[in-house]
Write a protein that binds this ligand. Structure first.
Ligand SMILES: Nc1ncnc2c1ncn2[C@@H]1O[C@H](COP(=O)(O)OP(=O)(O)O)[C@@H](O)[C@H]1O
Ligand SMILES: [Mg+2]
Length: 227
């Protein structure tokens, strides 16, 4: 299976709908299962916007003005969001709800696939264990504030992988972590790629991260003004 981005252009506009700026244009790439493709480039180049465009989650100030995003088996990404394409965001602490124990936040996702309560719990605990959370049954009852940054990123990865997606978009997955923890999270992504035959779009501005993990790299240049 392949995820294809063809001739993608994203523009931003101001509140009056005027002054459009091209964030990125003419972007073409494809991502196969089992492959890690880096999307790099300077801050503000539009990396996160490309990720959101793929998931059909662009905020109101941004729009896809050209291009096509598709899976080669004809399924649409928007309907497959989460089940076909998982997403992990830059700040693991913001990705989880501080008010709920993490077990509940994973089980809620597992239940999207029709699992009953017991099956959802079993699947959540198994995935927490897989990503390296020790004593998952006990720790599932803790809120996000009781975990370290590295543990939170593991939990976010577990949640993204719970539905066994074919693809994972990882937006700066290690940039908020210290170097030692970064290396461990990169190792986890690499082992998940192999175990789940996952195609990973690895968004990073960090040369070392790209060099350590990516099979191929696409560099987004800085931006241009329209007109
Ligand atoms: N909600 C938004 N509305 C308008 N412009 C935005 C919005 N979000 C981001 N942008 C603009 O889009 C450009 C690309 O941002 P982003 O995709 O976050 O870049 P990167 O992830 O490469 O740092 C930036 O210039 C940013 O100001
Ligand atoms: Mg970004």
């Amino acid at each position: 299976m392949e995820l294809r981005v063809e001739d993608l252009e994203i523009r931003s506009r101001d509140r009056r709908g005027l002054d459009e700026t091209v964030i990125t244009s003419g972007l073409d790439f494809s991502l196969r299962r089992g492959e890690i493709l880096a999307l790099s480039g300077p801050s503000g180049a539009g990396k996160t916007s490309v990720a959101l465009a793929i998931l059909d989650l662009l905020p109101p100030g941004l729009r896809r003005s050209r291009g096509r995003i598709s899976l080669d088996d004809g399924r649409s990404i928007a309907t497959g969001r989460g089940s076909l394409v998982g997403m992990i965001f830059q700040e693991p602490a913001l990705a989880l709800d501080p008010n709920f124990v993490i077990g509940a936040q994973l089980e809620e996702v597992a239940r999207l696939d029709g699992d009953g309560a017991a099956a959802a719990r079993r699947r959540s605990l198994a995935m927490l264990e897989r990503v390296g959370i020790a004593e998952p049954a006990r720790r599932a009852g803790d809120r996000p504030a009781s975990f370290s940054g590295g543990e939170l990123q593991r939990i976010v990865i577990a949640r993204a992988l719970l539905r066994r997606p074919a693809f994972l978009i990882a937006d700066e997955p290690t940039s908020s972590l210290d170097l030692l923890v970064q290396g461990r999270i990169l190792g986890l992504l690499e082992s998940c790629r192999r175990e789940f035959d996952l195609g990973i779009l690895l968004i990073s501005h960090d040369r070392r991260v790209v060099a350590a993990l990516a099979d191929r790299e696409i560099v987004l240049p800085g931006r241009r003004e329209v007109g």
